[in-house]
Design a protein around this ligand. Structure first.
Ligand SMILES: [Mg+2]
Length: 206
């Protein structure tokens, strides 16, 4: 039995691809302008739909100038157009357990997405892990949630799409994990549960 679910946001509750072109229009133009290696630019833009900007910037050799300009842009960015959760999310919504949202990204932008998705009331608390504001990671937040609410690791299930992020940090703490893998991209990932939808979650919780 699980008392609480900890959810990731991007690509777990909604697909980033549904907003990426509009959301990242200016940033993508900046990358095209400043990154001479066109192949790297294309890859970096794709990676930005699934990983934090700072990690992508480091991996794809963004100059200090490009890195800084991108951060300035994203720091003040909000998304203000209608957004839809995955249809699979409705199943999660109905699961009876405390729910927490833990998402990595720029604070203003992440909260604007929560607002446009209309999901704020689904959660007991929402945490944005913002690499520009703090060196804390998702694992630190998971521990904080346990301390603040008196949960033990067995009480929790962490749900996300990224084996290198929430899944990894949950594994390190011994928390059970549920990998949402609709495209079957991570068949070898180290997880407790893995599925293309959220139908099994209610059974895991009860
Ligand atoms: Mg994600």
């Amino acid at each position: 039995m699980k008392r609480a679910l900890i959810l990731d946001l991007d690509n777990t509750i909604y697909p980033v691809s549904s907003i990426a072109d509009k959301l990242f229009l200016e940033l993508f133009e900046l990358i095209d302008e400043k990154l001479a290696d066109k192949q790297a630019a294309a890859k970096a833009k794709h990676e930005l739909t699934r990983r934090p900007y700072q990690h992508v910037a480091d991996e794809y050799g963004f100059s200090d100038d490009l890195r800084g300009k991108g951060i300035e842009l994203l720091k003040n960015l909000t998304f203000n157009e209608p957004m839809q959760p995955f249809k699979e999310y409705n199943v999660l919504r109905k699961v009876k357990a405390d729910k927490y949202l833990v998402t990595t990204g720029f604070t203003k932008l992440q909260y604007s997405k929560v607002k446009m998705l209309g999901i704020a009331d689904d959660f007991k608390n929402i945490y944005v892990v913002d690499p520009e504001l703090s060196s804390k990671n998702k694992g630190d937040v998971f521990q904080q949630i346990m301390i603040d609410n008196g949960y033990i690791v067995e009480d929790l299930l962490v749900i996300g799409d990224d084996p290198q992020s929430e899944i990894k940090f949950a594994n390190e703490l011994g928390i059970d994990t549920f990998l949402f893998d609709p495209a079957n991209k991570h068949s070898g990932a180290d997880v407790t549960y893995r599925a293309a939808d959220y139908r099994d979650v209610a059974g895991i919780v009860n």
